[in-house]
Design a protein around this ligand. Sequence first.
Ligand code: AHG
Ligand code: MN
Ligand code: MN
Length: 343
Amino acid sequence: MVVNSHSVKTLTEFIIERQSDFKYSKGELTRLLSDISIAAKIVHREVNKAGLVDILGPAGTENIQGEVVQKLDNFANEQFIAALRAGGEVCAITSEENKEIINLALNGEEGGKYVVCMDPLDGSSNIDSNVSTGTIFAIYRRVSLSGEGKLEDMLQKGSQLVAAGYIIYGSSSMLVYTTGRGVNGFTLDPSIGEFCLSHPQMKIPKDGRIYSINQGYFVHFSDGVKKYIKYCQEEDETTNRPYSLRYIGSMVADIHRNMIKGGVFIYPTTSDSPSGKLRLLYECNPLAFIVEQAGGKASNGFERILDLQPEELHQRVPIFIGSTEMVEQAEAFMKQYSAETVS
Ligand code: AHG
Ligand code: MN
Ligand code: MN
């Protein structure tokens, strides 16, 4: 089939068209999103040859070109940092892979207007078994005036997000993002090297019949979560139960599937992890913003994720995210059986 170039809208064309949505923008956000998409293509290329590791050499060794082969988390981290550094729109980054803030405004420079929080490779333990992985990013306008990015720039509530997105490296690679005016999804066409608009104005179904949780930890869950899981497993014709359980173990992939099919993804507190596992700044907030923009809901079981005040860079938070009706049903169980609040 010959693809008609006039029927395809690339991500670059789309973000330039949308620039006028931001009255006072001089194009920095447009460039920033475009920088992210370039790093995403490079990570896509590397993730797609991960199966060749025995030929190219395992992490830490030299490959046949004499280059040191890195772990893909580190590789992805470096690619995104390099793209954002080169772009100049960002003064600082918080990354899952770095304990401290990465400052990009050096030597007394004014620094870019934005900060980025990111999980450069989500679900990286799935790489070896050829299961989907992802990247998550959150973009805030800095609150400090100039120079180095500061902690206060990073510890903004999710409700202050300017833009957020994820990339899924799956059976095809997609970039999905929002700037607070709906969610749009772009699929990478490797033959032309462009993300093309494939899922305009994504809407998550209001209700669904997929629940997604690591049920292996059942004994470690609170009563509210246990009762909700039992509810999902009960037979009831009017609500179409029992529901299906799907758990990939890559949050991006589980949430992406639920965006398309409807469902709820839960990573609750456990007796081992009293704040849950997932990170507020670069996993939960950006995905909560996207899911809300698609018409869904995200909470910690009691309160809206986007209203939580972050206190530290790598803070963890329990999360219930997805189709509004399913999240609300789970919240009802939490309220009734797990009364203790978590924030
Ligand atoms: P990461 O690879 O960035 O550390 O994230 C993995 C996360 C998330 O993607 C996934 O949903 C969760 O860890 C799975 O955790 P369990 O193995 O505890 O279920
Ligand atoms: Mn992650
Ligand atoms: Mn990660």
